[in-house]
Design a protein around this ligand. Structure first.
Ligand code: NDP
Ligand code: MG
Ligand code: MG
Length: 340
């Protein structure tokens, strides 16, 4: 089994002496900044004037411009949206880095795909929590944490790995498990997971199931419950105890159906296409498309997004959820979403 580190395995002296700048105060930024501060670190937030600036100040953080925060800090964690990182890096971060500083990321995309090319004389590492920022914050306040991967791209000082591990502990991930990776592995597995399984695979599976039932004349409301609403229960069971636990809880009929029909839906040809998706990620084809899409101001992204929101499963879902106040987003989730 891979070497998973926990809170007490990780020394944090190396980071205690350093000043940390968290750049961006969105989903990950607000969580890292607050957790590190509460773990006793010297933290400043670097953002542009606007909503994030006031939010960080309200939360009691020391706030500076991106350039000033970088100039002040020894460790610079870049938590801007991936698409905006290259230009902010070029104009505000890079000119203010000093030899021996550490430049850090929560996702390897820009460094791995050469959109950010760090100087030779700084450490470069990643600490990637395997969960959304609001969970990184909430679990920390509850005395728990979100697991994280750490990886070193450049070890200039000889301390890069120690700093990365201490950083992961500082945001609370030592309580859940900290695992070593590389920029390449983190980037490629993260993109594959979200495309093939978590986001792309799942939303396409849900839509195809819903369409099959409604095209066969079944009521959209019933199809919505079967193909989307009930997923939460199944996923919670898998999260708690794997496929085994999910199969333990469902009826034997459902389990038999799982065994005989699941592999007719996701079959060897699906796996072949998953391999094609993975190959496009590994070759940089996916990254190039997404980078160019952003440079063109996202014409395709915008059009697909508008089309998707008109899908009948979304329309019937909006109506049904109005009648199920308990599945409405909680106030807490809404306020967390404001910073996402
Ligand atoms: P967000 O979209 O939540 O970041 C928004 C923040 O970036 C805001 O503070 C915003 O400020 C600021 N910002 C945006 N553009 C600029 C700009 N041009 N100049 C200065 N500030 C800017 O990002 P995430 O937290 O989602 O992602 C951050 C990193 O974490 C990414 O690398 C991502 O891949 C990674 N990550 C994200 C996860 C997640 O669940 N979200 C999970 C694991 C990793 P303003 O209010 O002024 O717009
Ligand atoms: Mg991702
Ligand atoms: Mg059923």
């Amino acid at each position: 089994m891979a070497n998973v580190l926990y809170h007490n395995d990780i020394q944090d002296e190396v980071l205690k002496q350093k000043r940390i700048a968290v750049i961006g105060y969105g989903s990950q930024g607000h969580a890292h900044a607050q957790n590190l501060k509460e773990s006793g670190y010297d933290v400043v937030v670097g953002v542009r004037a606007g909503k994030s600036w006031s939010k960080a100040e309200q939360d009691g953080m020391t706030v500076k411009s991106v350039a000033e925060a970088v100039a002040h800090a020894d460790v610079v964690m870049v938590l801007l949206p991936d698409e905006h990182q290259p230009s902010v890096y070029q104009h505000e971060i890079k000119p203010n880095l000093e030899p021996g500083n550490a430049l850090a990321f929560a996702h390897g995309f820009n460094v791995h795909f050469n959109q950010v090319v760090p100087p030779q004389d700084v450490d470069v590492f990643l600490v990637a929590p395997k969960g959304p920022g609001h969970l990184v914050r909430r679990t920390f306040t509850e005395g728990a944490g979100v697991p994280a991967l750490y990886g070193v791209f450049k070890d200039y000082t000889g301390e890069a790995a120690s700093i990365a591990k201490a950083y992961a502990k500082g945001i609370g991930s030592g309580r859940a498990g900290v695992l070593e990776t590389s920029f390449q592995e983190e980037t490629e597995t993260d993109l594959f997971g979200e495309q093939a399984v978590l986001c792309g695979g799942l939303s396409s599976l849900v839509k195809a199931g819903f369409e099959t039932l409604t095209e066969a004349g079944y009521q959209p409301e019933v199809a919505y419950f079967e193909c989307l609403h009930e997923l939460k229960l199944i996923v919670d069971l898998m999260y708690e105890g794997g496929l085994e636990n999910m199969r333990y809880s469902i009826s034997d009929t459902a389990q038999w159906g799982d065994f005989v029909s699941g592999k007719r839906i996701v079959d060897a040809s699906t796996k072949e296409r998953m391999k094609e998706v993975l190959a496009d990620i590994q070759s940089g084809t996916f990254a190039k498309g997404w980078i160019l899409e952003n440079q063109a101001n996202r014409p395709e992204f915008t059009a697909i997004n508008a089309q998707e929101s008109k899908h009948p499963i979304e329309q019937v879902g909006r109506e049904l959820r109005q009648l199920m106040p308990f599945v409405q987003e909680s106030e807490k989730a809404k306020s967390e979403k404001e910073v996402v």
